[in-house]
Design a protein around this ligand. Structure first.
Ligand code: UDX
Length: 452
C-alpha cells in the first residue's frame, strides 16, 4: 500500500454476492492508492470483516425478517432495504463525520466521499444533508446499465410470446426472446425503483464501472452523454489483487488435488452464481450432459440453486455413480482461483457480470446459459459481439449441453472461439497496464476523489 493520503472513503455495498465482490475489489484498489476505507453494511449478508483487517466495517440494522430475506423479488428486497436503512445509515454517517472532525491533527483522516452501489437510492438526500460528495458503483456492464431504465416501457410494448431472434432496437445486442425471458421475472416494484436509481445516478458526482472500454466501446460515450456526470471505467485489475475473501458462502477447496491431476485445459467448470435458480429436472439434464460429454467437470451446486431441496438429492445415486473420478460437485468454489487453474478449459456459466469478467481475465471461453436480468445481455455480448463463447439458447437438455461442450473443446468452432478469447484477454490485460484506457480512468478517479 502507498503511504496514507489522509483521506477516508466510505463504501456502501448492496448485500448480494455479485455486488459485494466488486465493491471489496474497489476498496482494495483505493486502499492500495493510500485511501483509508470504511465499509458500512447491512446485517443481512454482512461481509466477513475478519478477512479484511485493513478496512473498518460498521454494521447498520436493516430490519429484514427471515421471510423477507428469502423473497424471489429482488426489487422488492432492495426497495425494503432502501426504506429501512436510510435512518440507520444517516445516524452512522453523522457519527463518523463528527468523530473524524474531532481527531487530533496527526491522526486526522478527512472523509472525502461516499461510494455506494447504484441499488441504494435513498442516498442523495442523506449525503446532501451532511454535504458529502457521492459516487455510484455499477456492478452491471455499461450497456445494461445505460439501457435498463427503459425496461418498464419495453414491458408495455413487447409481445409476451415472442420467440424472435430480432435485436431489441432500444437495447442491442439483446434479442426479443431474451427480453421476454428477462421480463418474466417477478419485479413488481421495478418502475419506481428504476426511476429513483436514475435520479440518484444523475445527481451523483460520478459513476464507476468495473469494466473498461474494451468491453463497452459504444456504450461508454453514450453513457457520458446521457448521464452528464464523470464516468470511470476502471477495468478489472483482478490479477493485481488476491482473490477470494469477500465470499458470503463457505468455499470448498477439497477438489483442488483432483483438479491438479487433470490435463491442461480439459475441465469444464460449471457455476450459476449467487441468485439463479433452476428445477430439479434441469439440474439432472445438466449433470447428464456433462457426464456424456466425456470431459472432466467441476459443478457448483449452491444450496438453494434447486428450490425446495437440501442440496443435490435430486440427482439419482445411479447417475452420480457414473461420474467416477470424472466429475466433482461442490457447494461453492473459490471461482477466481478455479478459473486461473491451468486445467480449466471452459466455463458453463449463467453470465453474471463478475463471472464474465473473471472468465475473460483468465482467458476461459464460455458456454452461456443466462437465467435472469442483466445475464441475458451479458451472454449476447459474449457470444454475438466478442464471439468468445457458445450460446445454449436456454435449451437445458442433455444432448445440447453435451454437444456444446464437444464443440467448445474439440471442434473448429471451439478453436476459433478460444483464439478470439485469447486476443480479448490480452486486450483487456493491456487496458489496466500503464497508459491503457482503464489505467488512465483509474488515475482520473483517484484525482477526482482526492479533489473533494
Ligand atoms: C448478479 C448479476 O447477474 C450480476 O451481473 C450483477 O452484477 C450482480 O448480481 P451473481 O448471480 O452473483 O450476480 O453472479 P456474478 O456477477 O457472476 O457474481 C458471482 C460472484 O461469486 C463472482 O465474483 C464469482 O467469482 C463468485 N463465485 C461464484 C464464487 O466465488 N464461487 C462460486 O462457486 C460461484
Amino acid at each position: 500500500m502507498e503511504k496514507s493520503n489522509g483521506l477516508r472513503v466510505i463504501l456502501l455495498p448492496l448485500p448480494i454476492q455479485g455486488c459485494i465482490n466488486p465493491m471489496i475489489q474497489l476498496a482494495k484498489i483505493l486502499h492500495s492508492r493510500g485511501f483509508s476505507i470504511t465499509v458500512i453494511h447491512t446485517r443481512f449478508n454482512a461481509p466477513k470483516a475478519s478477512s479484511h483487517p485493513l478496512f473498518t466495517f460498521l454494521e447498520i440494522p436493516d430490519g429484514l425478517s427471515e421471510t423477507e430475506t428469502r423473497t424471489d423479488d429482488k426489487t422488492f428486497l432492495f426497495t425494503l432495504l432502501n426504506r429501512r436503512c436510510e435512518t440507520p445509515f444517516l445516524d452512522c454517517l453523522a457519527k463518523l463525520l463528527i468523530s473524524s472532525d474531532s481527531e487530533t491533527e496527526e491522526k486526522k483522516q478527512r472523509i472525502c466521499c461516499l461510494i455506494h452501489d447504484v441499488g441504494w437510492t435513498f442516498t442523495p438526500s442523506v449525503t446532501k444533508s451532511v454535504k458529502l460528495p457521492r459516487l455510484v458503483l455499477s456492478t452491471y456492464t455499461v450497456s445494461f446499465f445505460l439501457n435498463h431504465f427503459a425496461l418498464p416501457k419495453l414491458r408495455r410494448e413487447v409481445s409476451q410470446d415472442s420467440e424472435q431472434d430480432d435485436l431489441v432496437q432500444d437495447f442491442p445486442p439483446l434479442r426479443e426472446k431474451d427480453l421476454v425471458r428477462l421480463l418474466e421475472e417477478k419485479r413488481e416494484y421495478i418502475e419506481p425503483y428504476l426511476n429513483m436509481m436514475l435520479e440518484a445516478t444523475k445527481s451523483s458526482s460520478g459513476i464507476i464501472f468495473m469494466s473498461s472500454e474494451d468491453f463497452n466501446q459504444d456504450a461508454l460515450p453514450k453513457a457520458r452523454e446521457d448521464f452528464k456526470v464523470p464516468i470511470f471505467a476502471i477495468g478489472t485489475s483482478y490479477s493485481n489483487f488476491p482473490a477470494s475473501s469477500s465470499s458470503l458462502f463457505t468455499q470448498d477447496e477439497t477438489f483442488i488435488p483432483w483438479l491438479d491431476k487433470q490435463e491442461d485445459k480439459s475441465v469444464v467448470y460449471v457455476s450459476f452464481g449467487s441468485l439463479a435458480t433452476m428445477t430439479g429436472p434441469e439440474l439432472i439434464e445438466i449433470a447428464c450432459g456433462l457426464r456424456n460429454s466425456g470431459q472432466p467437470f467441476l459443478l457448483v451446486v449452491r444450496v438453494g440453486l434447486v428450490k425446495g431441496t437440501e442440496w443435490i438429492e435430486v440427482i439419482p445415486e445411479e447417475l452420480k455413480a457414473t461420474f467416477n473420478e470424472k466429475g466433482k460437485i461442490v457447494k461453492w468454489a473459490p471461482q477466481r482461483e478455479v478459473l486461473k487453474h491451468r486445467a480449466i478449459g471452459g466455463f458453463l456459466t449463467h453470465n453474471g457480470w463478475n463471472s464474465v469478467v473473471e472468465s475473460v481475465c483468465e482467458g476461459v471461453p464460455m458456454i452461456c446459459l443466462p437465467f435472469i436480468w442483466d445475464q441475458f445481455l451479458n451472454a449476447r455480448l459474449v457470444c454475438d459481439i466478442w464471439r468468445v463463447g457458445l450460446h445454449l439458447e436456454h435449451r437445458i437438455e442433455r444432448n445440447e449441453i453435451e454437444s456444446s461442450i464437444r464443440s467448445l473443446f474439440s471442434g473448429n468452432e471451439g478453436e476459433a472461439v478460444r483464439e478470439r478469447m485469447r486476443l480479448l484477454q490480452e486486450k483487456v490485460g493491456r487496458s489496466v497496464k500503464e497508459n491503457g484506457s482503464a489505467y488512465r480512468s483509474l488515475e482520473s478517479l483517484i484525482d477526482h476523489i482526492s479533489s473533494f
